[in-house]
Design a protein around this ligand. Structure first.
Ligand SMILES: Nc1nc2c(ncn2[C@@H]2O[C@H](COP(=O)(O)OP(=O)(O)OP(=O)(O)O)[C@@H](O)[C@H]2O)c(=O)[nH]1
Ligand SMILES: [Mg+2]
Ligand SMILES: [Zn+2]
Length: 344
């Protein structure tokens, strides 16, 4: 059963740290001389400002000189002085969604401490398996649980076909048709949106991310997210949302809205790709050569699986393409990233 949508109490006192998503994982990082500092969760990152949420409500943080706001992500936990609101430091992230900036090798944190990544796609020209795989690699790599949301099912002739094509992308993947415009969507997604849980929405422009944020936030939302239409002929959106932001979900939880992405470049995501293509990764140890590239070597277990129909050859092509791109984009000096410490 789903609880009725009510006004969210978390932006008003007395919000608890637990309802903001605070866990022992963060508490354990506080040094003894930091006990006078207040934990705050980053709700918005601007070019020269950070907005946090504290137990007493929203806070405009005072930033030390030379602070680069690009080092912070929506969803981050920071410690700040409760009176001066001076930012002290960011706490280590439990999970992080990082994307590569266009034309650079730098990874930018897009959202932090996200439990579930809702990868949103419409049942129209937007639907693309290779693009969904990129988002899955991103979620896997960052430690967030991916769920695919299929929107605009009300306008599609055969939703079952989209559902099947999405479900085959990763073992055990949840694929959920949802209409962001209907209040019932909050019920459908309730199991991922409980108290203390954080979900983030990613996907192309116009798929209904902000519409879903407004539905999840419920009628008590002070400032609804702006939403926009799509072009009739190719279903492309208009890039209505331009920044990332954290919103309270009615009845518990938090949702991060993000701007629609044109392309998602993968970088530093080898483990995430291995999880995504588990059926290929698991065959590799059976190949005759340890460094088999599964292209044309004799005794290749992957090629054998393609030959007898156990492995979709298109998956193999897409796996290779993604791995090559990841390799080209990943800086050799990056080293181990140390952000998969959370087992789930
Ligand atoms: N018919 C129908 N329309 C939908 C559905 N989901 C979203 N829409 C409409 O799609 C349009 C785009 O929705 P937005 O929520 O602005 O999309 P967005 O993903 O936030 O787009 P950007 O902010 O540009 O990234 C709006 O007119 C919504 O009402 C759906 O399931 N069915
Ligand atoms: Mg939007
Ligand atoms: Zn092989």
């Amino acid at each position: 059963m789903c609880r009725p949508v009510t006004d969210h109490p978390d932006l008003l006192p007395p919000a608890t740290l637990a309802s903001l998503g605070w866990l022992d994982f963060f508490e354990e990082q506080r040094a003894s001389n930091e006990s006078n500092l207040a934990p705050m969760r980053i709700a918005m990152v601007h070019r020269s400002r950070l907005t946090g949420l504290s137990e007493t409500g929203p806070v405009e943080l005072t930033l030390p000189v030379h602070t680069n706001t690009g080092d912070f992500a929506v969803g981050d936990w920071v410690l700040a002085h409760p009176q001066t609101r001076m930012l002290h430091r960011r706490l280590n992230r439990r999970t992080v969604l990082e994307r590569r900036l266009e034309g650079s090798r730098t990874l930018q944190p897009a959202a932090a401490n996200v439990d579930t990544l809702f990868i949103v796609t419409s049942c129209n020209a937007d639907f693309n398996q290779a693009r969904l795989e990129r988002y899955l690699a991103l979620a896997n790599q960052g430690g967030a649980n991916p769920v695919i949301l299929l929107t605009k099912a009300d306008m599609a002739a055969d939703v079952g076909a989209y559902r099947r094509q999405a479900a085959e992308l990763q073992r055990g993947l949840d694929v959920v048709p949802v209409n962001p415009r209907l209040p019932a969507a909050a019920c459908t997604l309730a199991s991922w949106c409980g108290v203390g849980q954080t979900v983030a929405l990613v996907g192309s422009s116009g798929v209904g991310k902000s519409t879903l944020v407004n539905t999840l936030a419920g009628p008590g939302q002070a400032l609804p997210q702006e939403t926009g239409g799509i072009r009739e002929h190719d279903a492309k959106g208009r890039h209505t949302t331009t920044s990332r932001s954290l919103h309270a979900i009615a009845g518990g939880g938090w949702v991060i809205d993000t701007p629609g992405m044109r392309t998602l470049h993968v970088s530093g995501a080898a483990e995430g790709i291995a999880t995504l293509f588990a059926e290929i990764t698991e065959l590799a140890p059976s190949c005759r050569f340890r460094d088999c590239t599964h292209a044309h070597e004799p005794g290749c277990a992957v090629q054998a699986a393609v030959a007898d129909g156990r492995l979709n050859p298109e998956r193999l092509i897409r796996w290779r393409k993604l791995l090559d791109e990841n390799h080209d984009n990943t800086s050799a000096s990056a080293g181990p990233r140390g952000r998969r410490s959370v087992s789930r």
